[in-house]
Ligand binder design. Sequence first.
Ligand code: NAI
Ligand code: MG
Length: 359
Amino acid sequence: MSDVKKIAVIAGDGIGPEVVAEAEKVLKKTEELFGHRFETEHGLFGGIAIDEKGTPLPQETLELCQRADAVLLGAVGGPKWDNNPKELRPETGLLGIRKALGLFSNIRPAVVFDCLKDASTLKPEVLDGTDLIVVRELTGGIYFGEKFRRETENGQEAVDTCAYNVSEVERIARQAFEIARTRSKKLASVDKANVLETSRLWRETVIRISADYPDVELEHVLVDNCAMQLLRRPSSFDVIVTENMFGDILSDEAAMLTGSIGMLSSASLGEGSFGLYEPVHGSAPDIAGQGISNPIATILSVALMFRLTFGYHEAADAIERAVKEVLDAGHRTGDIAVDKLKAIGTKEMGDLIVAAIRK
Ligand code: NAI
Ligand code: MG
């Protein structure tokens, strides 16, 4: 008898509710098949929360997340709120929730499905076997360092500072080693240690932490080389760990290996096993309400939740296998369809995947 896991479900705006509804069907199916028990509770967040509660992140939604073992988030935002003042914008809620929940890393898998290789701009033989995860530090580095402008003899000068302390590097390094342990036990730590002092501290710290993970093979890759190798031999990577700005750029580069934004899952993690799981895409206002969005990114985010927060690897495998099977059978939503006339809708895709989940 397994214990009951609490999941806060926050559908959000635009296509958020459509794709989250399909992910909830997947949760239900895995309960039936694998005997896991989930208790879901829904909360308002983003634009809809602004409309109904006057704030993008209502206190009760935050408390709901804090009580939960994991959060499943759809997407927030849309043109309706674009011209609102900062405190009444959906993105302010996103930043607020990450901060309040202490989420310091962002995890993005990039998996190339054989049958979707035609959706990528790279040659199929280069993409063969690509299945990697980028672990990006989310709360430090140059994005959060002191920034200012000053007058100099040569005119105005702008300064951004990049800072990392040892404990910030330690916690993300440990998380990446733990994830690598559940996969092929290969970790690439990406830095610019030939020029940056923060990178030298990063590398020293990662090496020290690696002593606790002798079963994981560690390599250090300079960020410029990593950017090239991701395009040249992406399948040689398994888990990549890096600082905030490098991770921002490399995770977007890795995402493009796979072809479509409708396929990409993500997790944001803090201390312990708690995590927030969401598709990489936004609320897609251009197609919202039509029932044609691709639910796979959100469904794969559930699989990621099973792996990283609950350790339910068997159920995660089953979900990923079901997605592959449905794609292999030729079913496509509009965003990944070559022949748009044959595209199926959000619900149909969700139902096909649910039906394909087997023990
Ligand atoms: P977007 O990801 O919402 O859409 C970009 C393009 O991809 C659109 O053409 C859209 O139709 C398509 N697309 C996205 N997800 C899809 C799916 N599941 N199936 C099929 N097609 C899909 O990014 P965009 O247009 O820049 O932003 C729209 C809104 O979403 C904005 O208000 C933005 O602030 C917000 N946003 C929210 C995020 C979040 O909640 N984490 C992340 C990114 C954007
Ligand atoms: Mg980015």
